[in-house]
Ligand binder design. Structure first.
Ligand code: COA
Length: 187
């Protein structure tokens, strides 16, 4: 999948993206709300390999796209929407940018695209996002895109890849299709 926006080109990952991912995933600013040591090179290889593997699945229920600057091809980060099966009408999103590129609206611009992929390509009815309450940049991004907080989870183990870690208070945000359509038209 490839998507163009005003400033970005979203595309599938390739093995050449490894160094750029490894570079920002060891930045302390990036790691602040992950409560873990810097990602090792092997973990970054596994991440990129997994994104590439998802891109080859058919039917496809997971998209994790590289976010690049459309003017020069530089990798800025990545974002994705995932669901457990093609029958499922609920999915979740994730997004991350190199701290070098924070504060310019690039993540919001990319996540708008990924929401469209979720609601249109995956035909989801609702999309969830979870984030640590203290991660203000992420919370603001979700509000900006129309998400509403539906639940708070107190300090405890994470889920999925975060199951081995104790995470601080987190919030669950949801965006349903109607709210997304309404929000897309207003802004
Ligand atoms: C979460 C994360 C992606 C947010 O990055 P970000 O750059 O703050 O997000 P946005 O793209 O929405 O940019 C918003 C900022 O750009 C500014 N901006 C400039 N032009 C803009 C535009 N055209 N549209 C929107 N915002 C714009 C906004 O005013 C805002 O600035 P502020 O931070 O000074 O208030 C980033 O902090 C990150 O990668 N963190 C580490 C990984 C992570 O925590 N991921 C989320 C896990 S839940």
């Amino acid at each position: 999948m490839e998507k163009l926006t005003e400033r970005l080109f979203l595309r599938e990952f390739t093995n050449q993206d490894m160094d750029a991912v490894a570079e920002f995933r060891r930045d302390p600013r990036y790691l602040e709300y992950y409560y873990r040591p810097p990602y090792t090179r092997e973990e970054c290889v596994r991440f990129v390999d997994e994104c590439i593997a998802w891109s080859k699945e058919s039917p496809r229920c997971k998209f994790q796209l590289a976010i690049t600057d459309r003017s020069n091809g530089v990798l800025l980060g990545d974002c994705g929407v995932r669901t457990e099966s093609v029958e499922s009408r609920r999915g979740d999103i994730g997004y991350e940018l190199s701290p070098v590129y924070w504060g310019q609206g690039f993540a919001s611009e990319a996540v708008r695209v990924i929401l469209q992929v979720g609601f249109e390509d995956l035909d989801l009815d609702e999309i969830e996002a979870r984030c640590v309450v203290a991660n203000e940049r992420s919370v603001q991004l979700l509000h900006r895109l129309g998400f509403e907080e539906t639940e708070r989870i107190s300090l405890g183990p994470g889920r999925g890849g975060f199951a081995a870690r104790i995470l601080p208070e987190r919030c669950v945000f949801l965006l349903n299709r109607d709210k997304w359509i309404e929000h897309t038209h207003v802004f």
